[in-house]
Design a protein around this ligand. Structure first.
Ligand code: NDP
Length: 294
């Protein structure tokens, strides 16, 4: 058993859950979800699976073959995995990315809990008003899609999407543009973006172990980030990324990916079990694991 928090006995009835990712060993999901199952008295175990892109289809078929209850899906599989599912929840289909698979009645159904987790955390942890605001999203991967969609539903005035590969930014801008004014650019064209109220790093840049990397050059941070700006980073390991530190030095309100991580996991737990997630215990388990620097 990987987690010190899991004390229940594993037996022939234990239900399996997990997370598929590449890389995946940085993930705190096993610590958080094993604690949730323990707290809720559910005989289940959750572990991390390092699944490379060429093995994704086999791994998804394995959920059915082995009778898993479900899995989370993380970098870089959130878009590709949709091809292998039986059904996709309407919200996740609109978002175009799946981070939670539920195995129910022999069917694999995809959901997306990233965006709702992000907006709930932003509202609870900052006083930022999305309605009427100008937003810059850096990145256009799977997590960006969920966050962009959830933000779009809160009626900002404009969303700029900047990505290393511009085609992905264009595609996301086209999809989200059905709900809100959207502008796509490549990160080399950041000079075209005027002042914004909220900057969100949705890329994996700055994530453990590459903790010194910044998703945008400091010259752009000097341009937009100041006392009136709120800056979020979806990266939650480390909790205080170099990007957030640099934003705080410029006077911005900073918002880490920690709360989003807890809520996206809580919503996944609720989809799998039909029970309310023990959010406080989940948060405590992840906080403790960061204190142990595991
Ligand atoms: P994806 O692989 O789907 O997307 C990765 C994104 O990062 C793409 O926009 C990609 O650009 C960009 N990117 C990757 N490497 C670089 C680089 N070296 N330079 C510039 N851009 C780069 O990953 P996800 O969307 O699933 O996850 C992204 C991050 O969000 C991860 O760190 C993940 O841990 C975090 N996350 C946090 C959550 C939370 O609860 N706090 C929930 C979900 C994700 P390109 O398209 O050009 O390749």
């Amino acid at each position: 058993m990987g987690s010190q928090d899991s004390h229940f006995a594993l037996d022939s009835h234990t239900m399996m859950y997990g997370v598929f990712g590449d890389p995946v060993r940085h993930s705190k999901s096993p610590i958080m979800l094993n604690r949730a199952f323990q707290e809720a008295g559910i005989n289940a175990v959750y572990t991390a699976f390092h699944i490379t892109p060429d093995q994704l289809e086999h791994a998804v078929l394995g959920i059915k073959a082995l009778g898993f209850g479900g899995v989370n899906v993380t970098i870089p599989h959130k878009l590709e995995v949709m091809r292998f599912l039986d059904d996709i929840d309407e919200g996740a289909r609109t978002i175009g990315a799946v981070n939670t698979i539920v195995h129910r009645d022999g069917q694999l159904v995809g959901y997306n809990t990233d965006g709702i987790g992000y907006v709930r955390s932003l509202k609870e942890e900052t006083s930022f008003q999305v309605q009427g605001s100008r937003i810059l999203l850096i990145g256009a991967g799977g997590a960006a899609r969920g966050v962009a969609y959830a933000l779009a539903k809160e009626c900002p005035s404009v969303v700029y999407i900047a990505n290393r590969s511009k085609e992905r930014a264009e595609q996301l801008s086209k999809d989200i543009g059905k709900f809100v004014e959207c502008v796509s650019i490549s990160t080399s064209e950041l000079g075209d973006v005027p002042a914004v109220d909220l900057v969100v790093n949705t890329t994996s840049v700055g994530m453990h172990p590459n903790i010194l990397e910044l998703p945008i050059e400091e010259i752009w941070m000097d341009r937009w980030i100041g006392g009136g700006t709120t800056v979020s980073d979806l990266v939650y390991n480390p909790v205080q990324t170099r990007f957030l530190q640099a934003a705080a030095e410029r006077g911005a309100t900073v918002h880490s990916g920690f709360g989003m991580f807890i809520y996206q996991g809580a919503y996944a737990f609720e989809y799998w079990t039909g029970q309310q997630a023990p959010v406080a215990a989940m948060r405590h388990a992840v906080e403790r694991s960061f204190q142990r620097k595991s």
